[in-house]
Write a protein that binds this ligand. Structure first.
Ligand SMILES: C[S@@+](CC[C@H](N)C(=O)[O-])C[C@H]1O[C@@H](n2cnc3c(N)ncnc32)[C@H](O)[C@@H]1O
Length: 272
């Protein structure tokens, strides 16, 4: 297991990420869950959740498909320990294993659904990872992705300019550390070139009208806590500017007079 395949391993393993994944699941799942109806999966389906973190969504999938076999993998043993501990009531239908998304160790064409959420923006060579997912799918099986795109967050300007944080900060950090902060918008082309069919892109609208302000603010606070240092170390933005901007974003989200939105792309496609 190397950091090369999980370059944000330090941030992914930080306590702020545990908080973040909890808040993201609360904010996103209510709009995401109905999208699974499209897949028409059999009751006894086999599901693979790649980069499962603390199992927030693996557990929701195990509850949504109580007769399924859900296997959830991650590189970080500490996150898997939290997942096993929190969701032990769902075993053996839900199983957590340490595995690298670049070296999947399952029988080819053995899953009805492969899920991968909030991971592909954080790994190098996402196309290689997607090709691996395709190999795991049964013919006609579905892929369900949340691929982040840091050009899809829109906050009002104040003394600080939030666009600068997302573009000159986060997207530049990812570029400088060998990953793709625009993988959300780039996913269609990747899947098309791999020969995947039935490509859909839906958007979760994570905004201050649809999601509790407190929950939205918790996501931004967790990003600030986990990522400020690494953004400052890898871009031209100073730690002070990054902190001030996150502080303004959190305050605005909590302010009933202000509006903020994160368009979260949910990408689905079928194996031929
Ligand atoms: C932001 S978290 C998302 C967690 C979960 N999918 C969710 O939506 O709640 C991304 C996870 O991907 C994992 N990850 C990153 N690179 C990986 C790789 N090469 N193989 C397996 N997991 C990886 C990280 O360790 C982290 O736990």
């Amino acid at each position: 297991m190397t950091h090369e395949h999980n370059p944000q391993a330090d941030q992914m393993g930080d306590e702020s990420m545990v908080r973040n994944l909890e808040a993201q699941a609360i904010a996103i799942w209510p709009q995401e869950e109905p999208l699974f109806e499209r897949y028409g999966l059999p009751a006894d389906c086999r599901i693979l959740d790649v980069g499962c973190g603390t199992g927030e969504i693996s557990s929701r999938l195990a509850r949504l498909y109580p007769h399924a076999s859900v296997i959830a993998i991650d590189m970080l043993e500490d996150s898997l320990e939290i997942a096993r501990d929190r969701h032990q009531d769902l075993a053996p239908g839900l199983e957590f294993r340490q595995q690298d998304a670049f070296k999947l160790e399952f029988e080819p064409h053995s899953f009805d659904l492969v899920v991968c959420r909030h991971m592909l923006q954080a790994v190098p060579r996402p196309v290689a990872v997607l090709a691996g997912f395709q190999r795991q799918l049964k013919p006609g099986g579905w892929l369900h992705l949340i691929n982040e795109d840091y050009g899809m967050l829109h906050m009002q300007h104040g003394e600080s300019n939030p666009d600068r944080l997302w573009h000159a900060g986060v997207m530049t950090l990812l570029e400088n550390t060998g990953t793709d902060g625009r993988v959300g918008r780039n996913s269609f082309t990747m899947l098309h070139r791999l020969g995947m069919t039935d490509i859909h892109i839906d958007y979760i609208v994570l905004d201050t009208l649809r999601v509790e302000r407190e929950t939205f603010a918790q996501i931004m606070q967790a990003w600030q806590d986990g990522y400020t240092k690494t953004i400052a170390e890898n871009t031209a933005l100073s730690e002070q500017v990054i902190r001030d901007t996150f502080k303004q974003i959190v305050a605005d989200i909590l302010n009933p007079e202000r509006y903020a939105v994160w368009h979260v792309p949910v990408i689905s496609a079928r194996a031929p």
